[in-house]
Write a protein that binds this ligand. Structure first.
Ligand code: ATP
Ligand code: MG
Length: 433
C-alpha cells in the first residue's frame, strides 16, 4: 500500500513542553499512519520520551494538539489514551518471573469467571488467542523465568494485545537483546504491522531502523529536524540530521604497559561462572563477549564483590586484592558501571553533582572534599560527556535515560579508578557520545 492510500491515525501538531530550564519539546509535529513503523531518533535529551509520554497521557503538554482517529485532544490521560488503543511497551520488561506467561498477560485485570474467581483455563485460552492473532509461538503455561531474553520481550509486546491496540509504542525494544535474535522480534513487529497497527519505534540503533522502519523522524534539542522515508535515505544522512555533521572519528591510542597487569584467576560461582581466568594489561581494553545470559554480568559482579564467589583471586601489580564488597572494591581503585543504572548505579532523587562525587567520597574514605574544586571537575566531565542539563544541580530522575547513563560513566571517570569494569555501557547512549 502506498503512503497516500494509508489512513493517518495520529497527528501531533505544534507540541510544546517546558521543564524548569529546559525546552523538552519546541513546537514539534509528528504523525503516524495505520500499518506503518515510524521510527523516532535523536540525541539523548532530544525529547523522544517526552513526546511518547504525552501521546500515552502520562505527561501533559503545555501547548499544541493531538488528533487521534480524527478527533482532537488537548490533553490525554493514561486511561483515555489506552481506551483509544494507544499502548506502550517500555524499555525495561515489567514481568513477574515466578509466574507463568499467561498469568503475566492478565496481571492487573486477571481473568475472572462468573463467580469472580480467577480461572487459569480462561487465562491460557485468552493467551492462545492473542498468540494466534499476532502469529507467535509461546507456551502460556511456561514460567517467565524460563524464557529467553527475546521471548520475554515478545511477551511484553504480546501482552498489550489483551487490550485494544491501534497504536503501539516501542521504546528501545532491542536494547538488551543479542544481534542474532533480533530477527525473531522483527518478525513479530511485522506481523503486528500487518494487522494495520501503527508503530512508533524509538531506537539508538540506526542500523535496525532500516530493517524495521518505514519512516524516520529526527529530533534535536526538542525540535523536529526532519521526517524521511527510510527507503530514500541512508545512515549518514540521519546522523547528520541528529548531530549536525559534527561526527568525529574516534582514534584509539594504544598505550599498553606490559609489566603492570591485572590477573583474574579461577573465578567461580556455582551455576553462574565456571573457573574463569584472564589477564588485562595496563592501558588495555579487554572485551568479554557471549550471549545474553551467558554469565558476563555475573562475572563482573563477582569481580567487583557484589556477589560472593566460591573461588577466585584478583591479582593486581602482583598483590591479591580480591574485593569482598563493592565498597572494598572502590577503596582498592576498582570501578564498575552496571547495565542496570536505575537499580545499582544512581541515587535518582539526588543531583548530578552528588552522584558524580559519591564514588570519590567513598574512595577517600570520607575525607573532606574540596567542594568548589569537586564541582568544577564534575562540571568539566559533564561537559565532556555531553550531559544535556541546565545545571549539574539537576536531580537525576529529571534527566533523559541516556543522560542518566552518562552520569554513571562520569562518576567513575572522576573517581580515577585503576580498573574499570563496564557492563553494557552504551545502552541508550546516542551515536556520537
Ligand atoms: N521531569 C522532568 N523534569 C525536568 N526535566 C525533564 C523532565 N523530564 C525530561 N526532562 C528534560 O527534557 C529533555 C528531554 O528529555 P527526554 O527524556 O524526552 O529525552 P530523550 O530524547 O528521550 O533522551 P534519551 O535518548 O536519553 O532517552 C531533557 O533535557 C530532560 O532532561
Ligand atoms: Mg528517552
Amino acid at each position: 500500500m502506498g503512503e497516500s492510500t494509508r489512513k493517518q491515525i495520529l497527528n501531533a501538531v505544534g507540541i510544546r513542553k517546558t521543564y524548569p530550564g529546559v525546552i523538552a519539546l519546541d513546537n514539534v509535529d509528528f504523525d503516524l499512519f495505520e500499518g506503518e513503523t515510524h521510527c523516532l531518533v535523536g540525541k539523548n535529551g532530544a525529547g523522544k520520551s517526552t513526546l511518547i509520554e504525552i501521546i500515552s497521557g502520562s505527561v501533559k503538554c503545555d501547548g499544541g494538539k493531538l488528533e487521534i482517529f480524527g478527533n482532537e485532544y488537548e490533553h490525554l490521560t493514561p486511561l483515555v489514551s489506552m481506551s483509544l488503543g494507544i499502548q506502550t511497551v517500555h524499555q525495561t520488561n515489567q514481568l513477574i518471573e515466578g509466574m507463568t506467561v499467561a498469568e503475566n498477560i492478565f496481571i492487573g485485570d486477571l481473568k475472572t469467571n462468573r463467580a469472580n474467581f480467577f480461572s487459569m483455563n480462561d487465562c491460557v485460552k485468552s493467551a492462545m488467542e492473542i498468540f494466534d492473532f499476532i502469529d507467535i509461538n509461546l507456551d502460556p503455561k511456561r514460567l517467565v523465568s524460563k524464557l529467553s531474553p527475546v521471548e520475554k520481550k515478545i511477551l511484553c509486546i504480546a501482552r498489550v494485545f489483551a487490550k485494544k491496540v491501534k497504536i503501539l509504542i516501542l521504546d528501545e525494544p532491542t536494547a538488551s537483546l543479542d544481534k542474532e535474535v533480533e530477527d525473531k522480534l522483527f518478525k513479530v513487529i511485522r506481523n503486528i504491522k500487518a494487522k494495520n497497527v501503527g508503530i512508533i519505534y524509538i531506537s539508538h540503533n540506526l542500523g535496525e531502523i532500516f530493517t524495521i522502519g518505514d519512516r524516520v523522524t529526527v529530533f534535536k534539542d526538542g525540535k523536529k529536524i526532519i521526517t524521511r522515508l527510510l527507503k530514500e535515505t541512508d545512515e549518514k544522512a540521519i546522523i547528520n540530521d541528529m548531530i549536525g555533521g559534527k561526527t568525529q572519528k574516534f582514534l584509539r591510542e594504544s598505550r599498553i604497559i606490559d609489566n603492570e597487569k591485572l590477573e583474574i584467576r579461577n573465578y567461580s560461582r556455582k551455576g553462574f561462572v565456571n573457573n574463569v581466568s584472564f589477564e588485562v594489561k595496563k592501558g588495555e581494553i579487554f572485551g568479554i563477549g557471549g550471549l545474553v545470559g551467558s554469565g558476563r554480568t555475573e562475572l563482573a559482579r563477582l569481580i567487583f564483590g557484589v556477589d560472593k564467589k566460591d573461588t577466585g583471586e584478583l591479582i593486581y601489580k602482583g598483590k591479591n586484592i580480591s574485593p569482598k564488597t563493592p565498597v572494598d572494591a572502590i577503596e582498592k581503585g576498582i570501578g564498575m558501571l552496571t547495565e542496570n543504572r536505575r537499580k545499582d548505579g544512581l541515587m535518582v532523587e539526588a543531583p548530578i553533582f552528588t552522584n558524580i562525587s559519591l564514588v570519590k567520597l567513598i574512595k577517600t574514605k570520607g575525607a573532606f572534599l574540596k567542594l568548589a574544586k569537586e564541582q568544577k571537575e564534575a562540571e568539566h566531565i559533564a561537559g565532556q560527556l555531553n550531559i544535556a542539563t541546565p545545571s549539574i544541580k539537576q536531580i537525576i530522575k529529571n534527566l533523559s535515560g541516556g543522560n542518566q547513563q552518562k552520569v554513571v560513566f562520569a562518576k567513575w571517570i572522576l573517581a580515577n579508578a585503576d580498573i574499570l569494569i563496564l557492563d553494557e555501557p552504551t545502552i541508550g547512549i546516542e551515536v556520537g557520545s
